[in-house]
Design a protein around this ligand. Structure first.
Ligand code: BES
Ligand code: MN
Ligand code: MN
Length: 464
């Protein structure tokens, strides 16, 4: 037996662990843009190689009709429990480029107020290359110190940021190969570096694009203005009517299936520390806004939302052009909570939006993508193992929190493989995922690598 512990091994190999992540961050694996298909594939190959280098028995690319899925495993003893690690190697497009302080695919370390020991600035640093790679390095640390206590399988996909379109099919087709006892994911966050937390809920999502058509062509706004339906004005009025004065969503039937929390459950969630002034200051807003009767943490986790993500039409170029457009468009997302089904909500939206349209315009509602929310209990072996692991590495017991983001595949792990997911992420809300200057704290990267072997040790004990 080796005398070195995983924690010691990690501290001996810190530099290399960082350089290897940098290599991965340099490849622009943007899943949404087909111009980057070759880079997406190259990243998948690097991930598979990194798993083999870390000591996996095998790691391969599984082809889909989209981007490849990396599957790898190390089976030490089939009678022992198995942890299935899930992550994604694809990233969001980096735009707007001019708001980055350094190029998005040239990682650099910069100190920030929240990350005084430095953070890695690059697209994907936190979401999710920096986070899934912690698992690859933790595997290496466990293998090299002879301390891997159970079996491990990896699914690292390349389409999470575009809705994981081919993953359900992969799960269906590989049920035996994917047999495991728990799914472990690092693709969420903690409250802060001194308040560790574990995510116990994610929201679902319904995403639609709407098109409003007025006249059959663009018109001179002087010759026609005042007597014709302006689709941009009308779209704005329609959108404005989707919420009432209490910020309640007015789509017929929208709240029908919402699972309301009991006062006791709300009191439990309210224990997670939250500072409204810090929240407002961190994003430079003077006042918060949202559904009446709920706190800010509740509004961003246990309550559904409706937000316009983009709106366009007419003339938006330089100078002034006097025109009434023929068409107006908007992309609208609805974050859903347990009980709500994404398909049903999309249909309700479509029916409502069509109903409220004035007779002077035609509307078309396109359903883009959707996914279900997820709640995980805080008393099953996976959660307990994660809680003990974080307590060991942070010196504090983590608090359970419900997050507002979505990882639709968690519902599929449950539905298709019958597995519960533990969301043991290490990012911070302020790490700017999906935004310019995305970053991931060095503290968080190393703390994650250190915590994972503790999870494996506890889970192997609890699940045997
Ligand atoms: N990792 C995020 C989700 C996340 C981040 C959850 C932080 C909780 C805390 C994931 O990569 C993501 O961006 N998901 C998308 C949904 C997907 C269907 C495009 C989202 O939430 O918008
Ligand atoms: Mn992610
Ligand atoms: Mn993301």
């Amino acid at each position: 037996m080796s005398q070195t512990s995983p924690t010691q091994y990690i501290s001996q190999h810190k530099e290399r662990f960082l350089n290897e992540l940098f290599e991965l961050l340099r490849v622009p694996s943007i899943s949404a843009d087909s111009a980057y298909n070759a880079d997406v594939r190259k990243t998948a190959e690097m991930v598979a190689q990194s798993l083999r280098d870390a000591g996996a028995d095998s790691a391969e690319l599984c082809e889909t009709s989209g981007h490849p899925i990396v599957f790898g495993q190390k089976i030490i003893d089939p009678s022992k429990p198995t942890v299935l690690v899930y992550g994604h190697y694809d990233v969001q497009p980096p735009d707007p480029m001019d708001l980055w302080n350094s190029p998005p695919f040239e990682p650099v370390i910069q100190k920030t107020e929240i990350h005084p020991e430095g953070a890695i600035f690059a697209r994907g640093a936190c979401d999710d290359k920096g986070q899934f790679f912690m698992h690859v390095k933790a595997l290496e640390a466990m293998v090299k110190t002879d301390s891997l206590p159970c079996n491990v399988k990896f699914i690292i996909e390349g389409e999470e940021e575009v809705g994981s379109v081919h993953l359900d099919g992969f799960l269906e087709a590989n049920k035996d190969r994917l047999a495991a006892d728990v799914v472990l994911v690092s693709d969420t966050g903690i409250i802060s570096n001194d308040v560790p937390s574990i995510t116990v809920g994610l929201r679902g999502l319904s995403y639609v694009e709407v098109e409003v058509t007025g006249p059959n062509r663009d018109l001179h706004s002087g010759l026609y203005g005042g007597a014709v339906p302006n689709p941009i004005n009308i779209l704005c009025e329609m959108i404005a009517s989707l919420k009432d004065e209490n910020q309640h969503i007015t789509v017929d039937g929208f709240y029908d299936d919402v699972m309301e929390l009991s006062d006791a459950e709300r009191a439990e969630l309210a224990k997670a520390p939250f500072n409204l002034d810090h929240f407002k200051k961190s994003i430079a807003i003077s006042a918060e806004e949202g559904e009446k009767g709920y706190t800010v943490p509740e509004r961003v986790s246990i309550r559904p939302t409706l937000d316009v993500n983009g709106i366009w039409g007419g003339y938006t170029g330089e100078g002034a052009k006097t025109v009434i457009a023929s068409k107006a468009f908007a992309k609208i997302s609805m974050r859903l909570v347990p009980g709500q089904k994404s398909d049903k909500i999309a249909e309700l939206f479509k029916a409502h939006f069509t109903k409220i349209a004035p007779a002077s315009v035609k509307v078309n509602v396109k359903l883009m993508h959707g996914g279900e929310g997820y709640v995980t209990p805080s008393d099953f072996p996976g959660y307990i193992a994660a809680s003990k692991a974080m307590e060991a590495s942070f010196g504090k017991k983590p608090v359970p929190v419900r997050s507002g983001g979505s990882i639709p595949i968690c519902a599929s792990f449950e539905g298709i493989l019958g597995l519960k997911t533990v969301l043991m992420g290490f990012g911070l809300d302020s790490d700017a995922i999906h935004s310019p200057n995305e970053h991931y704290g060095l503290f968080n990267y190393y703390k994650g690598i250190e915590t994972i072997p503790h999870f494996f040790a506890h889970f192997a004990e609890l699940a045997k």
